[in-house]
Design a protein around this ligand. Structure first.
Ligand code: COA
Length: 308
């Protein structure tokens, strides 16, 4: 069966950096509290979801050596679209000049991994080149007087190009899940601000990451011991360390970038993936586990054999 493999990647973050100390000047919080409870030190703020997506998408296309006209499908994972209608993928399609279809995918912070699984399915259905982007501007739906959320969020985008392979692709196993009865834990009404029950999300998130990761690994015929690099959604460093330690994945085998980006929702996994590549922590043949969770609640894991 044909599959797909990642052939290029790119990221984009706004220039403006907001540190914990900056936030502590206007909110009742401190660098010490934020660092200890979340692992975040700073975040990038600004831009629009489409601008960041276009910049990350262009970088990924350049790296893959693929021209926009060769793309069959553009999938934009986002929970912060520029507008309700049209889909932000339409703006991104126009900005990049990609051929083929363009669609938004909203599975909140799990969106990039949902998109990764969907992209492999599209390759199986005959698409030869897919551009998958996770892009978010959570800052635009955040109440900057609400210290619970203002300290957590950041803006950014990450993208990958996937190209169909003749033989099996790099996706070895996956798992997608959703429980809409928990949708009240994280929501934003039209024109409103993000609201969250942090404690409850924390509890569900750790369990979702562990169970979903184990299911995806089992479907791949692998165990956590086989994982060379675990790239989890970056929502709280304590969620990452709790999940990794329960999976038995040591610190040298997982990526933490929340200190520099905060929670960038569906952009967090491609930003962390890019960091792992840039810091030479990923090598051809490595087993990579991606796992995300978010509003809905949704969760998603994908096991890849790294091919770059
Ligand atoms: N600065 C300083 N103090 C703060 C604060 C802040 N930004 N936010 C809350 N506090 C205070 C609380 O008022 C509370 O004070 P009290 O003990 O006097 O009542 C104390 O700190 C502890 O608050 P609590 O809510 O129990 O903190 P926590 O350890 O649960 O951390 C979160 C809060 C939000 C960081 C944490 O629950 C979390 O990360 N949850 C998951 C969120 C998530 O993943 N969201 C995205 C999903 S994709």
């Amino acid at each position: 069966m044909p599959g797909a493999r990642i052939t290029g990647w790119g990221i984009a973050v706004p220039d403006k950096v907001v540190t914990n100390t900056d936030l502590s000047l206007r909110l009742d919080t401190s660098d010490e509290w934020i660092t200890e409870r979340t692992g975040i030190k700073e975040r990038h703020i600004g831009g629009t979801t489409s601008e960041l997506a276009i910049a990350a998408g262009r970088a990924a296309l350049d790296r893959a050596g693929v021209s926009p006209g060769e793309i069959d499908v553009l999938v934009l994972a986002t929970t912060t679209p520029d507008a309700i209608v049209p889909g932000t993928s339409a703006t991104v399609q126009d900005g990049l000049g990609t051929a083929g279809g363009a669609m938004d995918l909203n599975a909140a912070c799990s969106g990039f991994v949902y998109g990764m699984v969907a992209a492999h399915g599209l390759a199986l259905a005959g698409a030869s080149k897919i551009l998958l982007i996770g892009s978010e501007t959570l800052s635009r739906i955040t109440d900057w007087d609400d210290r619970t959320l203002a300290i957590l969020v950041g803006d950014g985008a990450g993208a990958v190009v996937l190209e169909a392979t003749d033989g099996p692709g790099e996706l070895l196993g996956w798992h997608l899940g959703a429980d809409g009865s928990l949708r009240h834990l994280l929501h934003c009404e039209h024109g409103g601000h993000l609201w969250m029950n942090g404690k409850e999300i924390f509890r569900h998130a750790v369990r979702a990451v562990i169970e979903s990761s184990l299911t995806a690994l089992e479907r791949a015929g692998l165990s956590p011991d086989d994982v060379d690099m675990f790239i989890p959604h970056q929502a709280n460093a304590r969620i990452i360390t709790a999940a990794a330690s329960r999976l038995g994945i040591s610190e040298d085998r997982y990526v933490v970038t929340i200190d520099r980006y905060g929670n960038t929702s569906s952009a967090s996994i491609p930003l962390a993936l890019a960091h792992a590549i840039e810091s030479d922590r990923l090598h051809r043949g490595d087993i990579v586990l991606l796992s995300g969770f978010g509003g809905g609640m949704t969760w998603a894991s994908a096991v890849l054999r790294w091919g770059l």
